[in-house]
Design a protein around this ligand. Sequence first.
Ligand SMILES: [Zn+2]
Length: 419
Amino acid sequence: MKELSINRDRLWSHLSELGEIGAYHDEVADLVGVRRLALSDEDRAGRDRVVAWMRELGLSISIDEIGNIYAERAGRDASLSPVMFGSHVDSVPTGGRFDGALGVLGALEVVRTLNDAGEQTTRPLVVGAFTDEEGCRFGTDMLGSAVATGRIPLQQAYGLTDRDGLCIGDELERIGYKGKEPVNQRRPHAYVECHVEQGPTLIREGLDVGVVTMVQAISWHELTITGRSAHAGATPTSYRVDAGLAAARINVRLREMVDSGEFGELRATMGVNRPHPGMINVIPGRVIATVDMRNPDDDGMRRAEQALGRYIEELQEQTEGLRIALRRTARTDVVPFAEKVRSAVEGAANDRGLSNRRLFAGAGHDAQEWAHVCDAGMIFAPGEYDGISHNPREYSNEKQCGDSIDVLLDVVRRLAEDV
Ligand SMILES: [Zn+2]
């Protein structure tokens, strides 16, 4: 295969241009960030810009019922299933320029490079940009790809609402992206996604790219802890049923579980901890708290969930009057990526002399949904500042972006000849 490389300046200028859409001044960071919440006016503007670039490249565009954008480039053999690659255009409310954007604009740069070289692949190619990957507005992440691959029914997705009661179906219509293509039809030969790592591993180890092996398991729970609200001064300690204390104990226990090493590489976070009534001189009678657990090992995750359940029972037995209700709000097992894609990524990185390692994805990605219907895999680009992401400080430089998209180019070409 002839050696080809992307045009890094061109990729960089497109990243900068898309980064202007939804740009805002972040007061906490005192930096310019990106806010393109799913199905907002900014998301629409970002989508419009991306679709215009797709048209310039001569791609044929199709929008499905959940608003996913597909841009197709013909292969030599139209009877073969395509190689799909892409990511998402939406962002969190306080995001950066690279999360999602690198995968979509990198995919377009791959197509541009092939166009310039006059190269037609054997399999058709499809660039995908998927709806509401972040889940910040409507509460369900990877929504577009989950509907596209059949995990979430379309009507259920349409009915999801944001804080203002606006639903996905109506918002898709409003921004002009409620397409006609039926969902859950596309079955690509393979799916590849390039994404910023969003963590410190690659940058700390001085590596050029990451070969993603899997997405770790996720377990979310909401805890409703009910005790007894009473006067902070007049209630003797022995009479108290303090829901705030119970929440604190559970949080500490989670950290002890993590530190024990008994549950594999468990990560645990109590990201919400809301006491009621929330007064300085009132013992909290109720606490709403959340537990986010991640684990690259399914068995370790199951044992961690059981251990948390047992500890909660113990707490209730120890404290009369304390009740703790545990509600599971999300749960996915480990999603392994296909060895075929992993070794293609690794081989491409090695051939280019780029240092790399295998690592798992700490966050969720569209690729994990596509992994349910085809061979899927991911390439990680390192990020500065310990790979900070979902933050205006998020930054991967021209080389970091360019290296990872060169690998994407090689992997896509390789998979497109895999017949
Ligand atoms: Zn992302």
